[in-house]
Design a binder for this molecule. Structure first.
Ligand SMILES: [Zn+2]
Length: 255
């Protein structure tokens, strides 16, 4: 027997399938991440129009049999299409990275309302405001915390002394945190990080999400936080994020 469900969700990815169907990965409020098929999606403009594109936030009705892993998308109604993201290359690149990260750090069928709210908030901010690339560091640090991979940035992981301006630190991706100079023992895979950067990341991790768009990172903190967080995420996933490679290549080309 098929049952029908109603929810809201953000399209993480969308892939053409066969003559006119689409396979979608959707992060929903009530059911976590789902994979679904939208039959005739490319023919039926009326039923689906462009609501099935990545970044769209929509009301969704789907049906499934108990043991199905692929659900059938019955209809979608747009809530926010995020036009500001779609018409700007930088915003599209940043947002694609957020979608890919969310996809990588979530399991199918596991509801996670806090992570959903995080993604929804960042897409809404990127849609309506202009931010430099370093703004997405706060998404990374909050996503890591919510997924149980919070890096240790407030004390040396070895001697446990709290971060102090009198010390210098290195971040060790394989350990998931920092060590002070005395304790890091020339670890082969470690990266210098200033106390200013550590404090800014800690602030962005804990403060009211409505206010993080006001934090400004210095050039040094922007560089350091990108290195340590992307190296840590690379360590956790065991591979590079496709969308980050594209972003870096476009930066190198000076576009
Ligand atoms: Zn130490």
């Amino acid at each position: 027997m098929r049952s029908t469900y109603k929810t809201t969700g953000i399209i993480l990815s969308s892939l053409d399938y066969g003559e006119s169907d689409r396979i979608l990965t959707i992060f929903t409020t009530d059911f976590g991440k789902l994979k679904g098929i939208a039959k005739g999606a490319r023919r039926s403009r009326k039923r689906f129009s462009n609501v099935l594109d990545p970044f769209s936030f929509s009301h969704i009705i789907f049906s499934k049999k108990e043991r199905d892993t692929l659900v059938l998308i019955e209809s979608c109604d747009i809530i926010n299409h995020h036009p500001g993201i779609r018409e700007n290359l930088d915003k599209t690149l940043f947002s694609s990275y957020l979608l890919e990260l969310t996809d990588k750090f979530t399991q199918e069928g596991k509801k996670d309302i806090e992570l959903f709210q995080l993604l929804k908030h960042f897409l809404a901010v990127l849609d309506t405001e202009n931010h430099p690339e370093e703004f997405i560091r706060f998404f990374e640090i909050r996503l890591l915390k919510l997924s149980g991979y919070e890096p240790v940035l407030d004390r040396c992981m070895h001697c446990k002394k709290p971060v102090s301006h009198a010390e210098a630190y290195r971040f060790i991706p394989s350990k998931g945190g920092i060590r002070c100079t005395a304790c890091h023992q020339n670890h082969f895979d470690s990266f210098p990080v200033s106390v200013g950067t550590l404090k800014t990341l800690l602030l962005g991790k804990e403060m009211d999400i409505q206010k993080i768009n006001r934090i400004v990172l210095s050039d040094r903190s922007a560089k350091e936080s990108k290195v340590i967080l992307s190296r840590f995420i690379y360590h956790l996933l065991g591979k590079d994020m496709k969308s980050l490679q594209v972003l870096n290549q476009i930066r190198e080309m000076g576009i």
